[in-house]
Design a protein around this ligand. Structure first.
Ligand code: ZN
Ligand code: FE
Length: 254
């Protein structure tokens, strides 16, 4: 399978995954135009769309693409996402013929209530739940809800390649370093990301192993992140630490 991050808007990625025969699926097409250009450039047929959640920057291109390509459209059960041909549920395995792929659905609420992630082989399309060195904002969940979703993702194999929907890594690194400045894995990742972004290369995908070593939102049980959260007013309870971290990130300016 060939994986391509298609840049859209300011900092979105529409992930495009194609098999050897030229059949492709795309994840979260917020805009049809850049995806159409990539399909043409790579000579691919769009056969399936995977939607993680209802926000416009993830579904805005669906109507146009549905008319032009008639893909099967997978989405969570949520009336705010029209045009789905298949409604997915947690734990479901989907056998897709074109492109040839097995897709496992994971419910990962918190950013939005019906947010799902899709696991295809060693790839995880996680939408706005987990970003490199950060996580999604809490629009429709409690800190406990989102933390439970991140815990679930963190329990996958370390070799899992995470494909979030935004290139936020460099700005996330600034906040992460303000929390966990002495973490060698974070320092290394921040340096590598700076070099990639200077060459306008994507910082993604990233392995779960790298994130577990460097992302403060996956490290609320580490001594350094714990101490920082307690210094910033959290009781020493992991949901309280996570809530403190998420709130601090919301107000953070580099
Ligand atoms: Zn979103
Ligand atoms: Fe988004």
């Amino acid at each position: 399978m060939r994986l391509t991050p298609v840049a859209a808007f300011e900092d979105n990625y529409i992930w495009l995954l194609a098999d050897a025969s030229g059949d492709a699926l795309a994840v979260d097409p917020g805009d049809a135009a850049p995806l159409e250009a990539a399909l043409q450039r790579e000579n691919l047929r769009l056969r399936a769309l995977l939607l993680t959640h209802h926000h416009a920057d993830h579904v805005g291109g669906v109507a146009t693409l549905a008319v032009r390509h008639q893909p099967v459209i997978f989405a969570p059960q949520d009336a705010r996402i029209p045009l789905a041909t298949h409604r997915v549920a947690d734990g479901e395995h989907i056998e897709l013929a074109a492109p040839a792929a097995t897709i496992e659905v994971m419910a990962v609420p918190g950013h939005t209530a019906s947010h799902v992630a899709y696991r295809v082989g060693d790839l995880l399309f996680c939408g706005d739940t987990l970003f490199s060195l950060g996580c999604g904002r809490l629009f429709e969940g409690t800190p406990e809800t989102l933390l439970a979703s991140l815990d679930r993702i963190a329990s996958l194999p370390d070799s899992t390649r995470l494909c979030p929907a935004h290139e936020y890594t460099q700005s996330n690194a600034a906040f992460a370093l303000s929390v966990d400045a002495d973490n060698p894995a974070l320092i290394a990742r921040a340096g590598a990301v700076r070099a990639l972004r200077e060459r306008r290369q994507p910082s993604l995908p990233v392995t779960l192993g790298e994130e577990r070593a460097s992302n403060p939102f996956l490290r609320v049980d580490s001594a350094a992140v714990r101490a920082w959260c307690v210094r910033h007013g959290a009781t020493d309870d992991r949901a309280a630490r996570f809530a403190t971290l998420r709130r601090a990130k919301d107000g953070f300016r580099a």
